[in-house]
Design a protein around this ligand. Sequence first.
Ligand code: SAH
Length: 221
Amino acid sequence: MNLNQANATGMTSPRTLQRLIDRLLDKGITDERVLRAMESIPRHLFVDASLKHLAYEDMSLPIGKRQTISQPFVVARMTQAVLEVPNVSSVLEIGTGSGYQAAILSRIIASVYSVERIHSLSWQARKQMRQLGIHNVKLKFGDGQEGWEEYAPFDVIMFTASARRVPTPLLEQLSDHGRIIMPRVSRTGQELVFMQRSEAGWKEEIVQPVVFVPVLTGTEY
Ligand code: SAH
């Protein structure tokens, strides 16, 4: 397949992708494993055909059902934060959405679990994982605020929807030295926070302002 054919089928040109990777580097994503994962997962496969030309811009995009696929920089930043946890081997994501974040994690982490409360999105993400031959991501349709007890504890629990606080079942499903990554609702908006559990208690790092769709309760079709 030559480059023109590749573009006609909606694939990206190496140049568009390289521009995105350069931008991530400029913005402080230095972990090679993250950059390689971002290079290897075609983001255009996770958005609607009509938005494919924007797939490698550093912006969030609608994925239907009033939800969005996160901005690539934020995906990269959150993934880099996962890798800061020593010996991390399992991650639980709350909010599968398009499945893009989970697919990126699958390239780096042994076991990825992700829960989504909207049935059609979960179904679509499952199809996408199969098409990409990704076998280390387990997807569940349900309310992620309950976690996924069967596979707990998790080294990292990552929210890709915003919330005021961490629901108790999730605190119980985090490993002893685990980390929670979440867009937290504050008085002034939302901020990305990393919360690290240790013997001495919780340590918190506020990273930057972000905009995510909210965590909602229950499920829908
Ligand atoms: N990680 C996604 C971004 C998803 S947007 C991606 O890479 O595309 C946030 C998602 O969180 C939405 O799909 C929304 O339906 C889901 N969500 C919101 N509240 C939830 C809950 N309680 N449990 C599970 N998923 C939830």
